[in-house]
Design a protein around this ligand. Structure first.
Ligand SMILES: [Zn+2]
Length: 356
Protein backbone atom coordinates (compact mmCIF):
# COMPACT_ATOMS: atom_id res chain seq x y z
CA UNK A 1 0.00 0.00 0.00
CA UNK A 2 1.10 3.58 -0.22
CA UNK A 3 1.14 4.92 -3.75
CA UNK A 4 -2.11 6.06 -5.35
CA UNK A 5 -1.74 3.59 -8.19
CA UNK A 6 -1.66 0.67 -5.73
CA UNK A 7 -4.70 2.12 -4.03
CA UNK A 8 -6.55 2.28 -7.33
CA UNK A 9 -5.60 -1.21 -8.32
CA UNK A 10 -6.97 -2.58 -5.09
CA UNK A 11 -10.27 -0.86 -5.85
CA UNK A 12 -10.34 1.71 -3.11
CA UNK A 13 -13.32 3.76 -4.28
CA UNK A 14 -13.12 6.21 -1.47
CA UNK A 15 -9.63 7.24 -2.41
CA UNK A 16 -10.76 7.78 -5.96
CA UNK A 17 -13.54 9.93 -4.71
CA UNK A 18 -11.17 11.90 -2.57
CA UNK A 19 -8.81 12.28 -5.46
CA UNK A 20 -11.64 13.48 -7.68
CA UNK A 21 -12.80 15.87 -5.03
CA UNK A 22 -9.31 17.34 -4.84
CA UNK A 23 -9.33 17.78 -8.58
CA UNK A 24 -12.57 19.68 -8.43
CA UNK A 25 -11.21 21.81 -5.63
CA UNK A 26 -8.14 22.41 -7.73
CA UNK A 27 -10.21 23.69 -10.59
CA UNK A 28 -12.23 25.87 -8.22
CA UNK A 29 -9.10 27.50 -6.99
CA UNK A 30 -8.49 28.38 -10.64
CA UNK A 31 -11.53 30.64 -10.42
CA UNK A 32 -10.45 34.17 -10.90
CA UNK A 33 -10.85 37.38 -9.13
CA UNK A 34 -14.01 39.35 -9.90
CA UNK A 35 -12.88 42.53 -11.63
CA UNK A 36 -15.13 44.67 -9.46
CA UNK A 37 -15.48 43.18 -5.96
CA UNK A 38 -12.14 41.32 -6.20
CA UNK A 39 -13.56 38.23 -4.48
CA UNK A 40 -12.40 34.86 -5.81
CA UNK A 41 -15.46 33.47 -7.50
CA UNK A 42 -16.56 31.82 -10.70
CA UNK A 43 -17.19 34.56 -13.20
CA UNK A 44 -20.15 34.99 -15.51
CA UNK A 45 -20.00 35.96 -19.16
CA UNK A 46 -20.43 39.67 -19.53
CA UNK A 47 -21.35 41.71 -22.59
CA UNK A 48 -18.98 44.66 -22.63
CA UNK A 49 -21.57 46.71 -24.54
CA UNK A 50 -25.03 45.55 -23.34
CA UNK A 51 -26.52 42.98 -25.70
CA UNK A 52 -29.84 44.86 -25.59
CA UNK A 53 -28.28 47.48 -27.86
CA UNK A 54 -26.59 44.89 -30.05
CA UNK A 55 -23.26 44.37 -28.25
CA UNK A 56 -21.54 41.04 -28.92
CA UNK A 57 -18.08 41.56 -27.36
CA UNK A 58 -17.82 39.40 -24.25
CA UNK A 59 -15.54 38.51 -21.39
CA UNK A 60 -15.63 36.64 -18.07
CA UNK A 61 -15.25 39.59 -15.77
CA UNK A 62 -17.67 39.71 -12.89
CA UNK A 63 -19.11 37.34 -10.31
CA UNK A 64 -22.80 36.55 -10.44
CA UNK A 65 -23.55 38.80 -7.50
CA UNK A 66 -21.93 41.83 -9.14
CA UNK A 67 -23.44 40.98 -12.51
CA UNK A 68 -26.96 40.71 -11.05
CA UNK A 69 -26.55 44.12 -9.45
CA UNK A 70 -25.37 45.64 -12.74
CA UNK A 71 -28.24 44.03 -14.65
CA UNK A 72 -30.75 45.77 -12.42
CA UNK A 73 -29.05 49.14 -12.42
CA UNK A 74 -26.40 50.08 -14.94
CA UNK A 75 -27.35 47.79 -17.84
CA UNK A 76 -31.04 48.54 -17.37
CA UNK A 77 -30.36 52.24 -17.63
CA UNK A 78 -28.58 51.82 -20.97
CA UNK A 79 -31.58 49.85 -22.22
CA UNK A 80 -34.07 52.41 -20.92
CA UNK A 81 -32.29 55.41 -22.38
CA UNK A 82 -30.84 54.02 -25.61
CA UNK A 83 -32.64 50.72 -26.28
CA UNK A 84 -35.28 52.48 -28.38
CA UNK A 85 -32.72 53.12 -31.11
CA UNK A 86 -32.11 49.38 -31.23
CA UNK A 87 -35.86 48.94 -31.81
CA UNK A 88 -35.89 51.65 -34.43
CA UNK A 89 -32.96 50.09 -36.31
CA UNK A 90 -34.32 46.58 -35.86
CA UNK A 91 -31.08 45.49 -34.22
CA UNK A 92 -30.78 41.81 -33.44
CA UNK A 93 -30.13 40.87 -29.85
CA UNK A 94 -28.63 37.64 -28.53
CA UNK A 95 -31.40 37.38 -25.94
CA UNK A 96 -34.89 38.80 -25.93
CA UNK A 97 -36.70 40.83 -28.54
CA UNK A 98 -36.56 44.50 -29.30
CA UNK A 99 -39.07 46.25 -27.09
CA UNK A 100 -41.64 48.75 -28.37
CA UNK A 101 -41.03 52.11 -26.81
CA UNK A 102 -43.34 54.82 -25.65
CA UNK A 103 -43.67 58.22 -27.26
CA UNK A 104 -46.24 60.93 -26.76
CA UNK A 105 -48.23 62.41 -29.59
CA UNK A 106 -47.49 66.12 -29.46
CA UNK A 107 -50.93 67.33 -30.61
CA UNK A 108 -53.14 65.28 -28.30
CA UNK A 109 -50.70 64.09 -25.63
CA UNK A 110 -51.81 60.51 -26.32
CA UNK A 111 -49.35 57.84 -25.19
CA UNK A 112 -48.26 55.77 -28.18
CA UNK A 113 -46.09 52.71 -28.59
CA UNK A 114 -43.67 52.47 -31.48
CA UNK A 115 -42.42 49.02 -32.47
CA UNK A 116 -39.92 50.23 -35.05
CA UNK A 117 -42.50 50.26 -37.85
CA UNK A 118 -45.89 51.32 -36.61
CA UNK A 119 -47.39 53.47 -33.95
CA UNK A 120 -50.17 52.16 -31.77
CA UNK A 121 -51.98 53.65 -28.88
CA UNK A 122 -50.45 52.49 -25.64
CA UNK A 123 -53.86 51.96 -24.08
CA UNK A 124 -57.36 51.53 -25.51
CA UNK A 125 -59.83 54.34 -24.77
CA UNK A 126 -63.19 53.36 -23.32
CA UNK A 127 -65.78 56.02 -22.53
CA UNK A 128 -69.00 54.85 -20.97
CA UNK A 129 -72.04 56.93 -20.06
CA UNK A 130 -74.60 55.43 -17.74
CA UNK A 131 -76.96 57.56 -15.62
CA UNK A 132 -78.00 54.89 -13.16
CA UNK A 133 -74.91 52.72 -13.35
CA UNK A 134 -76.95 49.80 -14.69
CA UNK A 135 -78.30 50.88 -18.01
CA UNK A 136 -75.88 51.79 -20.75
CA UNK A 137 -76.65 55.11 -22.43
CA UNK A 138 -73.59 55.43 -24.58
CA UNK A 139 -70.23 53.71 -25.18
CA UNK A 140 -67.31 54.99 -27.19
CA UNK A 141 -64.44 52.56 -27.69
CA UNK A 142 -61.14 53.12 -29.41
CA UNK A 143 -59.30 49.82 -29.53
CA UNK A 144 -55.92 48.93 -31.03
CA UNK A 145 -57.03 45.82 -32.88
CA UNK A 146 -60.20 44.03 -34.01
CA UNK A 147 -59.60 41.44 -31.34
CA UNK A 148 -59.24 43.97 -28.57
CA UNK A 149 -62.37 45.75 -29.78
CA UNK A 150 -64.28 42.49 -29.65
CA UNK A 151 -63.05 41.76 -26.14
CA UNK A 152 -63.97 45.21 -24.82
CA UNK A 153 -67.43 45.12 -26.46
CA UNK A 154 -68.09 41.69 -25.03
CA UNK A 155 -67.23 42.83 -21.54
CA UNK A 156 -69.44 45.95 -21.88
CA UNK A 157 -72.34 43.76 -23.03
CA UNK A 158 -71.82 41.48 -20.10
CA UNK A 159 -71.64 44.29 -17.58
CA UNK A 160 -74.66 46.26 -18.81
CA UNK A 161 -76.61 43.50 -20.49
CA UNK A 162 -76.74 45.36 -23.79
CA UNK A 163 -79.00 43.26 -25.99
CA UNK A 164 -78.04 44.55 -29.43
CA UNK A 165 -74.77 45.31 -31.12
CA UNK A 166 -72.45 48.17 -30.33
CA UNK A 167 -71.57 50.49 -33.16
CA UNK A 168 -67.90 50.90 -33.80
CA UNK A 169 -65.85 52.98 -36.15
CA UNK A 170 -62.25 52.84 -37.16
CA UNK A 171 -59.84 55.43 -35.83
CA UNK A 172 -58.04 56.63 -38.91
CA UNK A 173 -55.16 58.95 -38.32
CA UNK A 174 -55.01 61.76 -40.90
CA UNK A 175 -51.29 61.91 -41.58
CA UNK A 176 -47.79 61.80 -40.16
CA UNK A 177 -47.75 61.67 -36.41
CA UNK A 178 -45.50 64.02 -34.57
CA UNK A 179 -44.48 62.40 -31.36
CA UNK A 180 -41.92 63.19 -28.72
CA UNK A 181 -39.79 61.30 -26.30
CA UNK A 182 -37.65 62.54 -23.46
CA UNK A 183 -34.11 61.27 -23.82
CA UNK A 184 -31.70 61.35 -20.92
CA UNK A 185 -28.14 61.89 -22.01
CA UNK A 186 -26.74 62.37 -18.53
CA UNK A 187 -27.52 60.89 -15.14
CA UNK A 188 -25.51 59.39 -12.31
CA UNK A 189 -26.55 55.87 -13.34
CA UNK A 190 -25.73 56.49 -16.99
CA UNK A 191 -22.26 57.70 -16.07
CA UNK A 192 -21.75 54.51 -14.06
CA UNK A 193 -23.02 52.43 -16.99
CA UNK A 194 -20.62 53.91 -19.54
CA UNK A 195 -17.77 53.65 -17.03
CA UNK A 196 -18.49 49.95 -16.77
CA UNK A 197 -18.32 49.64 -20.57
CA UNK A 198 -14.92 51.36 -20.73
CA UNK A 199 -13.57 49.47 -17.71
CA UNK A 200 -14.83 46.11 -19.02
CA UNK A 201 -13.05 46.74 -22.29
CA UNK A 202 -9.81 47.62 -20.48
CA UNK A 203 -10.17 44.42 -18.43
CA UNK A 204 -10.28 42.16 -21.48
CA UNK A 205 -7.44 44.00 -23.21
CA UNK A 206 -4.90 44.72 -20.48
CA UNK A 207 -2.85 42.31 -18.34
CA UNK A 208 -4.49 41.53 -14.98
CA UNK A 209 -1.40 42.79 -13.15
CA UNK A 210 -2.22 46.24 -14.51
CA UNK A 211 -5.98 46.07 -14.00
CA UNK A 212 -5.66 44.96 -10.38
CA UNK A 213 -3.12 47.67 -9.61
CA UNK A 214 -4.10 50.46 -7.15
CA UNK A 215 -4.53 52.91 -10.04
CA UNK A 216 -7.83 51.20 -10.92
CA UNK A 217 -9.22 51.09 -7.37
CA UNK A 218 -11.27 54.27 -7.80
CA UNK A 219 -13.03 53.14 -10.98
CA UNK A 220 -13.79 49.75 -9.40
CA UNK A 221 -15.42 51.42 -6.42
CA UNK A 222 -17.26 53.84 -8.67
CA UNK A 223 -18.77 51.06 -10.76
CA UNK A 224 -19.50 48.85 -7.74
CA UNK A 225 -21.38 51.52 -5.79
CA UNK A 226 -23.29 54.66 -6.57
CA UNK A 227 -22.16 57.11 -3.90
CA UNK A 228 -18.69 57.85 -5.26
CA UNK A 229 -17.59 61.06 -6.97
CA UNK A 230 -18.35 60.88 -10.68
CA UNK A 231 -15.60 59.57 -12.95
CA UNK A 232 -17.41 60.05 -16.24
CA UNK A 233 -19.13 62.73 -18.23
CA UNK A 234 -21.20 63.10 -21.40
CA UNK A 235 -18.62 64.70 -23.65
CA UNK A 236 -19.38 65.87 -27.17
CA UNK A 237 -16.41 68.20 -27.46
CA UNK A 238 -13.54 65.74 -27.47
CA UNK A 239 -15.23 62.70 -28.95
CA UNK A 240 -15.91 63.67 -32.56
CA UNK A 241 -13.47 60.98 -33.71
CA UNK A 242 -15.86 58.31 -32.44
CA UNK A 243 -18.39 58.65 -35.21
CA UNK A 244 -18.17 58.77 -38.98
CA UNK A 245 -21.62 60.40 -39.24
CA UNK A 246 -22.52 57.67 -41.73
CA UNK A 247 -23.23 54.66 -39.54
CA UNK A 248 -24.66 54.42 -36.02
CA UNK A 249 -21.50 52.85 -34.56
CA UNK A 250 -20.69 51.74 -31.03
CA UNK A 251 -17.13 52.57 -30.12
CA UNK A 252 -14.83 52.11 -27.16
CA UNK A 253 -11.40 53.65 -27.09
CA UNK A 254 -8.90 53.61 -24.24
CA UNK A 255 -5.90 55.86 -24.37
CA UNK A 256 -3.04 56.84 -22.10
CA UNK A 257 -2.07 60.42 -21.43
CA UNK A 258 1.50 59.73 -20.36
CA UNK A 259 2.29 63.30 -19.34
CA UNK A 260 -0.60 63.47 -16.93
CA UNK A 261 -0.49 59.75 -16.10
CA UNK A 262 -4.20 59.39 -16.88
CA UNK A 263 -5.89 56.46 -18.53
CA UNK A 264 -8.94 57.69 -20.39
CA UNK A 265 -11.91 55.72 -21.69
CA UNK A 266 -14.05 57.00 -24.56
CA UNK A 267 -17.46 55.45 -25.16
CA UNK A 268 -19.87 56.17 -27.97
CA UNK A 269 -23.24 54.47 -28.38
CA UNK A 270 -24.89 54.56 -31.81
CA UNK A 271 -22.42 57.31 -32.70
CA UNK A 272 -24.78 59.69 -30.91
CA UNK A 273 -24.29 59.44 -27.16
CA UNK A 274 -20.68 60.07 -26.26
CA UNK A 275 -18.82 59.99 -22.97
CA UNK A 276 -15.35 60.24 -21.46
CA UNK A 277 -14.34 58.16 -18.44
CA UNK A 278 -11.41 58.63 -16.07
CA UNK A 279 -10.25 55.01 -15.82
CA UNK A 280 -7.09 55.57 -13.80
CA UNK A 281 -5.03 58.35 -12.26
CA UNK A 282 -1.35 58.14 -11.37
CA UNK A 283 -1.09 55.46 -13.99
CA UNK A 284 2.39 54.07 -14.54
CA UNK A 285 3.03 51.44 -17.14
CA UNK A 286 6.07 50.15 -18.90
CA UNK A 287 3.80 48.91 -21.67
CA UNK A 288 4.36 50.18 -25.12
CA UNK A 289 0.92 51.71 -25.14
CA UNK A 290 -1.18 50.32 -27.96
CA UNK A 291 -4.20 52.65 -27.84
CA UNK A 292 -7.07 50.24 -27.50
CA UNK A 293 -9.83 50.62 -30.00
CA UNK A 294 -13.04 48.75 -30.73
CA UNK A 295 -15.64 49.85 -33.24
CA UNK A 296 -18.78 47.85 -33.87
CA UNK A 297 -21.58 48.28 -36.35
CA UNK A 298 -24.67 47.01 -34.47
CA UNK A 299 -26.87 47.06 -37.59
CA UNK A 300 -24.58 44.82 -39.62
CA UNK A 301 -23.43 43.08 -36.44
CA UNK A 302 -19.76 43.23 -37.28
CA UNK A 303 -16.67 44.99 -36.00
CA UNK A 304 -15.42 47.88 -38.09
CA UNK A 305 -11.71 47.97 -38.79
CA UNK A 306 -10.26 51.19 -37.46
CA UNK A 307 -7.09 53.11 -37.95
CA UNK A 308 -4.27 51.46 -35.99
CA UNK A 309 -2.10 54.50 -35.72
CA UNK A 310 -4.87 56.79 -34.64
CA UNK A 311 -4.49 58.34 -31.18
CA UNK A 312 -7.36 59.97 -29.33
CA UNK A 313 -6.83 63.48 -27.95
CA UNK A 314 -4.81 63.69 -24.74
CA UNK A 315 -7.15 65.15 -22.19
CA UNK A 316 -6.65 66.66 -18.78
CA UNK A 317 -8.76 65.45 -15.87
CA UNK A 318 -10.81 68.64 -16.14
CA UNK A 319 -11.53 68.04 -19.84
CA UNK A 320 -12.56 64.45 -19.09
CA UNK A 321 -14.92 65.23 -16.24
CA UNK A 322 -16.05 68.77 -17.04
CA UNK A 323 -15.87 69.33 -20.78
CA UNK A 324 -16.70 72.88 -21.81
CA UNK A 325 -19.67 72.43 -24.10
CA UNK A 326 -22.70 74.61 -24.65
CA UNK A 327 -26.24 73.29 -24.97
CA UNK A 328 -26.29 74.64 -28.51
CA UNK A 329 -23.20 72.63 -29.40
CA UNK A 330 -24.50 69.43 -27.80
CA UNK A 331 -27.85 69.79 -29.59
CA UNK A 332 -26.06 70.26 -32.91
CA UNK A 333 -24.00 67.09 -32.29
CA UNK A 334 -27.09 65.12 -31.29
CA UNK A 335 -28.86 66.35 -34.40
CA UNK A 336 -26.01 65.06 -36.59
CA UNK A 337 -26.36 61.65 -34.93
CA UNK A 338 -30.11 61.58 -35.47
CA UNK A 339 -29.65 62.40 -39.13
CA UNK A 340 -27.68 59.15 -39.42
CA UNK A 341 -30.52 57.25 -37.74
CA UNK A 342 -32.96 59.05 -40.07
CA UNK A 343 -31.16 57.66 -43.08
CA UNK A 344 -31.43 54.13 -41.65
CA UNK A 345 -34.96 54.02 -40.28
CA UNK A 346 -37.87 53.84 -42.66
CA UNK A 347 -40.89 56.02 -42.08
CA UNK A 348 -39.20 57.99 -39.35
CA UNK A 349 -37.60 61.37 -39.38
CA UNK A 350 -36.40 63.20 -36.34
CA UNK A 351 -37.86 66.52 -35.43
CA UNK A 352 -35.87 69.06 -33.55
CA UNK A 353 -34.93 68.61 -29.93
CA UNK A 354 -34.39 70.85 -26.98
CA UNK A 355 -33.07 70.61 -23.46
CA UNK A 356 -35.67 70.52 -20.75
ZN1 LIG B 1 -17.94 40.59 -7.87
Amino acid sequence: MGSPSEARSCGCGLRWTTQLFRLVQGSRSMETCCFVCKKIRSLTVEHIIPQAIGGTLKGRLYCKECNDTFGNTLDDEVLTQFGWIGTLLNIKRERGKAQPYEVKEIRSGTALLFDGKDLKRKNPVVKIASKDGNKLDFADVIARSERELHEICTSIRKRYGVPGGIQTSQDVHPGPTEAERVITIDSAVLRGAVSKIAYGFACIKLPQSIIFSPAFEAIRQYIGTTDQPSLASPNFVHTGFMTDHIRPLHKIHVTLNRDQRLLVGFVSLFGIFRFTVLLAENFESELEWPGLDYTFDPVRREPVVGNDIFRAPHLTKEAILHPKQSEKFVLAELRKGYEVIDSYAEKVSFLDGQFI
